[in-house]
Ligand binder design. Structure first.
Ligand SMILES: Nc1ncnc2c1ncn2[C@@H]1O[C@H](COP(=O)(O)OP(=O)(O)O)[C@@H](O)[C@H]1O
Ligand SMILES: [Mg+2]
Length: 201
C-alpha cells in the first residue's frame, strides 16, 4: 500500500486527483474522487490496445497499471519533467501565463509535431484538451507535448480502433474540435493565434 496523504498534488481533473509518486519522482498516481470509475478501466483498456499495437510512447504518458493507495485504487503513469527537474506544466498553463517569443515558437512546433504523432501512430482520443497535454521543456529551445489524459474512443461504433481510414477521420474531427475549444477558452491568450497558425486544420 502506498501512503499518498503527504504526496504532492500535481493537478485536479473532472474526476481524478494526480499526485507525485512518493517513491518514484518519474511517476504520478491518479485517484478518482468522483463516483464514476468506468473511465479508468476504459482508459486502461485503450492503453493495452496501444501496447499491443506497439505504438510509440514518445508523446504520451506511459501506463504502469494500478496500485493500492491510502486513498483507494490509483493508476500509475509516467511523469514528464523539464530540463530543470520541475514537473512539466500543461499547455493550458502556458496559454494562461504566456511564454517569451522564442519559446512560443518552440511550443508552436511542438503542437504541430504532436498532431503529426497522433496521426502517424493512430492514437485515438476521447477528447483533446489543453489541460490534458503537458509541455515538456528540454531547454529554452526544445520541447514536446505529452498527452497525459484523454486516451480512448467514446464513439458509438469504435471502428476507428481497427481501421486506418476511420482513425484518420476520427482524429481530424477531434483535432477540429480541439482547435474550436482552444479558440473559445483561450481567446484572451496572446500565444494562441501563433500556435494555431501552424495547425489550423
Ligand atoms: N503525467 C502527468 N504529468 C503531469 N501532470 C499531469 C499528469 N497527469 C495529470 N496531470 C495533471 O493532473 C490533472 C488531472 O489529471 P487527469 O488525468 O487529467 O484527470 P481527469 O481524468 O480527472 O481529467 C491534469 O489536468 C494535469 O494538470
Ligand atoms: Mg483530464
Amino acid at each position: 500500500m502506498i501512503d499518498i496523504t503527504d504526496a504532492r498534488l500535481i493537478g485536479k481533473g473532472s474526476s481524478r486527483l494526480c499526485y507525485e509518486h512518493p517513491r518514484d519522482g518519474g511517476k504520478c498516481i491518479k485517484v478518482v474522487y468522483t463516483k464514476n470509475c468506468s473511465i479508468v478501466s476504459e482508459e486502461l483498456k485503450h492503453y493495452r490496445l496501444c501496447e499491443k499495437r506497439q505504438v510509440s510512447w514518445d508523446m504520451m504518458a506511459k501506463s504502469f497499471g494500478t496500485v493500492l493507495t491510502s486513498a483507494g485504487e490509483g493508476a500509475v503513469f509516467s511523469l514528464p519533467r523539464d530540463f530543470d527537474g520541475e514537473i512539466s506544466k500543461t499547455m493550458a498553463h502556458y496559454l494562461h501565463s504566456g511564454l517569451a517569443a522564442p519559446e512560443a515558437e518552440v511550443l508552436g512546433r511542438a503542437v504541430k509535431a504532436f498532431r503529426e504523432y497522433l496521426f502517424k501512430e493512430r492514437i485515438i482520443v476521447r477528447e483533446l484538451k489543453a489541460d490534458n497535454l503537458v509541455y515538456q521543456r528540454y531547454g529554452r529551445d526544445a520541447g514536446k507535448l505529452v498527452l497525459v489524459d484523454g486516451l480512448g474512443n467514446n464513439e458509438f461504433l469504435p471502428i476507428a480502433n481497427y481501421s486506418d481510414i476511420f482513425a484518420k477521420r476520427t482524429l481530424s474531427r477531434k483535432w477540429r474540435k480541439f482547435v474550436c475549444h482552444l479558440q473559445r477558452d483561450f481567446s484572451h491568450s496572446p500565444l494562441l493565434q501563433g500556435l494555431l497558425s501552424r495547425v489550423r486544420s
